[in-house]
Design a protein around this ligand. Structure first.
Ligand SMILES: [Zn+2]
Length: 82
């Protein structure tokens, strides 16, 4: 099961080029350097929706961008343990 604290809401951004997501201010993509990014109100929810759409949460975990998001973040740690 994918256990995530769904009361947690974290604003962030998503890269329109490579799909990486991260918490914090929209800026150049930390994964591919693209400036084509969009602000996301709830990056955690977005990440989960993306994982469900892809039908593979592990794909999300493998990406460099997702790994950066999860580092040191409690709510996302559940994804790492999965
Ligand atoms: Zn990118």
């Amino acid at each position: 099961m994918l256990a995530v604290d769904d009361t947690h809401c974290e604003s962030g951004a998503r890269c329109l080029s490579c799909g990486a997501m991260w918490a914090g201010d929209p800026r150049d993509c930390p994964s591919c350097g693209s400036r084509a990014v969009e602000a996301v109100d709830d990056v955690l929810e977005m990440a989960l929706e993306e994982a469900l759409e892809q039908g593979a949460a592990l794909e999300l975990v493998r990406s460099d961008g997702a790994r950066r998001i999860m580092t040191g973040r409690g709510p996302m740690a559940a994804l790492l343990r999965w």
